[in-house]
Design a protein around this ligand. Structure first.
Ligand code: SF4
Length: 129
């Protein structure tokens, strides 16, 4: 009795083809198991700056409802704005500033009529003593 220890050429080629197919299949499986790409959240767009600070206005239609045209004209003539663009000069550090009444956000002014924003400004600004 003799054992065949060698493969025939045909058997060798069949087994080689099977091993090759198995290697390709394993590669596909490994690829399918790759962890997903981490998702990077894009930062939110910065909020657009608004003309008024602190979400309230002392210069809109509602705030000026009690003023007449002449009084509104005086505010405009002195370039009043709710948001200063002049570094270091705001209504609340102005000589003419009057603190808001209890429960109010807008203050007053000794030289112009109407409500004024603490961060506001006009061309009559003068440093507080
Ligand atoms: S004078 Fe002008 S800057 Fe000064 S408190 Fe009055 S509005 Fe504001």
């Amino acid at each position: 009795m003799s054992d065949k220890k060698f493969l025939s050429r045909r058997q060798f080629l069949e087994r080689a083809a099977l091993l090759g197919a198995a290697a390709v299949g394993a590669g596909s499986l490994l690829t399918a198991c790759d962890p997903p790409e981490p998702q990077v959240d894009e930062p939110d767009e910065p909020a657009e700056p608004t003309a008024d600070t602190d979400d309230f206005s002392c210069n809109d239609e509602a705030a000026l409802a009690d003023l007449n045209e002449d009084e509104i004209g005086r505010r405009e003539a002195h370039e009043y704005t709710d948001q200063t663009t002049t570094e270091g000069q705001t209504c609340d550090n102005c000589l003419h500033w009057e603190d808001p009444a209890a429960g109010e956000q807008c203050g007053g002014c000794a030289v112009l009529p109407g409500p004024f924003h603490p961060d506001g400004w006009c061309n009559l600004w003068a440093p507080a003593a």
